[in-house]
Design a protein around this ligand. Structure first.
Ligand SMILES: *Cc1c(COP(=O)(O)O)cnc(C)c1O
Length: 362
């Protein structure tokens, strides 16, 4: 099993016309000749930059706060910090990582609605004020441990059409939202806005429209109770690759008019989002090695006659990474991985090692 250390990364600028794919092939060729055939990743940081440019083109009013849990590699966090993105952290470890790179606390939202008390205290001591909540218990925890917190109320969405549903775990209903706002008033906790997450791999952009309209409703309830709400957080759920039913721009072309309708530019509401997969899904390529091979033969006897029996051959290949490592996305995120054989290596390796393949998955 592979463990990829977060400290270790080499980074180089590529010459014109040289792609991340070329780097990958070069490295496969290098390691093929050595004993070290551990799996490795190649990340195309240029792809992250392109995603960032594409984000602002498609969602000019929305500041991205990258969801660190999607990939906490320092190379990614540093790149996004330099580009000026904010960060959605789900734990003390993620806050520490982002702050170690020099990101100021204003650019961090602690977007986990159910937090450990010691970590709320940590956020308070490190100046992180924006945090989400969706229950009364959380309100009381924050009131006691982080008097300067600026809370963002996370509302539930209809995520029935998302690949990974999140509203089962998180998000208050509109009815509960009123109760929570009233309770926050009693506890003297500041509520600065509303957040939601439509679910990862959202396949219906109308979910965003409904959620933005629900958020408006909660803003109005907040105003009635005397809160000055000025932050809308439209969460994550944006596609990060092109092999999806609904393309990024198809989603954003539906979101923009909803934002303009419910939160027009002159409303003074700042709009942020928490894209995770959007930024990193297409940037990484994992190279694995085939480390074992088995031929499985299933005998199928058609009749008593020996000559009629046929056999089905299945070849099983074993690679040096798996579902307890990089491929946990298959179990947790319903990801579909597309293996690609590294053909040049196959040919060469055939002659060198008799039979050995290098494959990489994208
Ligand atoms: C996972 C997560 C995200 C990122 O979701 P994507 O679908 O990868 O964009 C954003 N916000 C919260 C609170 C999350 O839990």
């Amino acid at each position: 099993m592979n463990t990829f250390s977060n400290e270790e990364f080499d980074f180089s600028f590529l010459e014109e016309g040289f792609t991340a794919r070329d780097v990958l092939e070069q490295k496969i060729n290098e390691v093929s000749l050595s004993d070290d055939k551990d799996a490795f990743y190649v990340a195309d940081l240029g792809d992250i930059v392109k995603k960032h440019v594409r984000w602002f083109k498609a969602l000019p009013r929305v500041t991205p706060f990258y969801a660190v849990k999607c990939n906490d590699s320092k190379a990614i966090v540093k790149t996004l910090a330099i580009l000026g993105a904010g960060f959605d952290c789900a734990s003390k470890t993620e806050i520490q990582l982002v702050q170690s790179i020099g990101v100021p606390p204003e650019k961090i939202i602690y977007a986990n609605p159910c937090k450990q008390v010691s970590q709320i205290k940590y956020a308070a001591s490190s100046g992180v004020e924006k945090m989400t909540f969706d229950s009364e218990v959380e309100l009381m925890k924050v009131a006691r441990n982080h008097p300067n917190a600026k809370l963002v109320l996370r509302i539930a969405t209809d995520d029935s059409k998302a690949v990974c549903r999140l509203s089962v775990k998180f998000g208050a209903t509109l009815k509960t939202s009123r109760t929570l706002l009233e309770r926050a008033k009693e506890l003297n906790v500041d509520i600065i806005g509303v957040s939601f997450h439509v679910g990862s791999g959202c396949t219906d952009p109308q979910t965003f429209v409904q959620a933005v309209s629900d958020a408006r409703y909660v803003f109005d309830m907040g105003a009635e109770l005397g809160f000055n709400m000025h932050l809308l957080d439209i969460g994550g759920g944006f596609p990060g690759s092109e092999d999806v039913k609904l393309k990024f721009e198809e989603v954003t072309s539906v979101i923009n008019p909803a934002l303009d309708k419910y939160f027009p530019a002159d409303s003074g509401v700042q709009i942020i989002a928490e894209p995770g997969r959007y930024y990193v899904a297409s940037a990484f390529t994992l190279a694995v090695n085939i480390i074992a091979k088995k031929v499985m033969v299933t005998e199928q006897t058609g009749s008593d006659d020996e000559d009629d029996s046929t056999s089905d051959k299945t070849i099983m290949y074993y690679v040096n990474d798996g579902v307890y490592g990089s491929f946990n996305c298959i179990l947790y995120d319903h990801a579909h991985v597309k293996p690609v054989l590294q053909k040049a290596s196959i040919k060469r390796l055939h002659s060198i090692y008799n039979f050995r393949l290098s494959i990489f998955l994208i």
